[in-house]
Design a protein around this ligand. Structure first.
Ligand code: HEM
Length: 459
């Protein structure tokens, strides 16, 4: 019997990994279009490349986070998960992603930034999400004495449903006809939506840390709950840094500024302190997951610095909508979300039918490559953004084309480091994809030695 048969939540993570690679390929084409305006324009203009890239990488985060949460909940609560709920969750998500991406290829747009597909396709994501919530609620039997990650998963799951629906309020003319209301609701929902998926990702990261160190009080500590409440507060208010340019009540901006990014500070500190409690044996046993948790920690502090800077209203007025914002968004989604989710993926998808040991050195090296490339990638965007902001403020009347031409060296560095990022991530992800394919098509009778997570039953 194949004891490592791949179940739906694992296929979700697998699909997420594939979407991440597809998304990065479109990102690379977009980066070449920065460098060579008009590149491939006839077939794939930047207006298409960007939604292809952004939707695919956002799907990577959503697919892998929800798949990871379902599997971790089962491990934690020792419950059976519903096979049908997770199968339909997978089917809705994957069908939605295929329809959305093929729609882009055929020129079907009609949504808003990030969700640029026709709104009707959002129903697939909504349906999958509702099934995910049912699965989570079924597995959490009580709220008493629960560790922080359970609160994070519940908040993230329900919060995302709310904010995702809210981000579609623009389809009603009441919201669309008032531009300030429309933009306020839109940016508010997007900011909070990111806060919700962060809850899922950070919760999974904290569960994984507990699993590695076997330190149970850790996820029940005051610091862990401080992170939760701050994250929750940020989820409600931190979006205000998106709307500094809109004429809304000043209190909103001040609160936003005060709470902005404190959550990252605590998360960074949590991981930093946790690493001291991990024994050498645990580090070796969970080597690859541990490595990506550590990488995420470094990027948390680097992003925190940038985030604090661009949250200052006087700076934000100039940076909003420039390459600096793109650097902030990609810095956090790659450096923090992707690294944490890779740690989770190595824990859940690795070492089942094929040992990861043979790939360990290759993945470590690719990790270094990715980190180096990411530094160049983000720095080139930041410098290009600063130069562009200076041009916007200057009275010298330098033509747009001349200014853009002067940014070319940074765009070349951006595109080149982006391609290295893509290759590095492909090298990291390959053993996981191969392992899952092996489990499905060429299972070994015995699990790989050293593989210790028990095989759970499903309904
Ligand atoms: C897992 C990896 C990645 C993630 C999670 C990611 C995420 C994102 C997100 C969320 C945005 C939207 C930014 C915004 O709205 O301001 C974006 C934009 C973009 N990304 Fe990425 N990205 C990744 C990798 C890459 C790579 C490897 C490249 C290039 C080779 C790339 C090139 C771009 C470009 C060109 C844009 C458009 C920026 C614009 O609109 O001007 N990305 N990315």
């Amino acid at each position: 019997m194949n004891t490592n048969k791949v179940e739906a939540p694992k296929w979700l993570i697998f699909s997420g990994l594939v979407l991440m690679l597809i998304g990065m390929m479109f990102g690379a084409i977009g980066a070449f279009q920065y460098m060579l305006p008009g590149f491939l324009k006839q077939y794939l203009s930047f207006e298409k490349t960007r939604p292809f890239h952004v939707s695919s990488v956002v799907f990577w985060i959503l697919f892998s986070a929800t798949g990871g949460v379902v599997l971790y909940l089962r491990e934690y609560a020792q419950v059976k998960i519903s096979r049908w709920l997770s199968r339909f969750h997978l089917i809705f998500f994957v069908t939605g992603a295929i329809l959305i991406l093929s729609g882009y290829a055929l020129g079907f747009f009609g949504g808003r930034e990030y969700w640029e597909f026709p709104p009707v396709l959002a129903l697939f994501l909504l349906a999958g999400w509702i099934l995910f919530i049912i699965q989570v609620v079924k597995s959490v039997k009580t709220l008493r004495q629960q560790p922080v990650y359970i609160w994070m998963w519940l908040t993230g799951a329900f919060g995302f449903l709310f904010t995702f629906s809210e981000s579609y309020l623009w389809i009603f003319s009441h919201f669309r006809k008032d531009i300030v209301l429309d933009m306020t609701v839109q940016w508010k929902s997007y900011g909070s939506m990111v806060g919700c998926w962060n809850m899922l990702v950070y919760g999974a990261g904290i569960y994984l840390m507990e699993k590695i160190s076997q330190d149970k009080p850790y996820a029940r500590s005051a610091t862990a709950f401080a992170l939760f409440f701050l994250g929750f507060f940020n989820l409600l208010f931190n979006w205000s840094h998106h709307i500094y340019t809109l004429p809304v009540t000043p209190a909103i901006r001040h609160i936003g500024y005060l709470v902005s990014m404190t959550e990252l500070l605590i998360l960074g500190r949590l991981i930093y302190k946790w690493k001291d409690s991990v024994t050498a044996m645990q580090k070796t046993q969970f080597g690859l997951s541990y490595r990506f948790l550590m990488i995420a920690d470094v990027w948390i502090f680097l992003n925190l610095f940038l985030a604090i800077l661009i949250s200052i209203p006087a700076i934000n007025v100039y940076t909003h909508g420039t390459y600096i914002t793109v650097a902030h968004v990609m810095g956090t989604t790659i450096g923090i979300n992707t690294m944490l989710l890779l740690a989770v993926s190595f824990d859940l998808l690795g070492n089942t039918c094929r040992s990861m040991e043979a790939y360990r050195v290759q993945v470590y090296r690719a990790g270094w490559l990715v980190n180096g490339a990411l530094v160049v990638f983000l720095t080139s965007l930041l410098v290009a953004g600063i130069q562009r902001a200076q041009w916007q403020m200057s009275n010298e009347g330098v033509p747009f084309a001349v200014m853009m031409n002067s940014l070319r060296p940074y765009f070349i560095a951006f595109a080149a480091s982006g391609v290295v990022l893509l290759m590095g991530f492909a090298t990291i992800v390959y053993p996981l994809l191969r392992n899952i394919v092996a489990c499905n098509f060429k299972p070994r009778k015995q699990p790989v030695a050293g593989w210790k997570t028990p095989v759970y039953q499903i309904e």
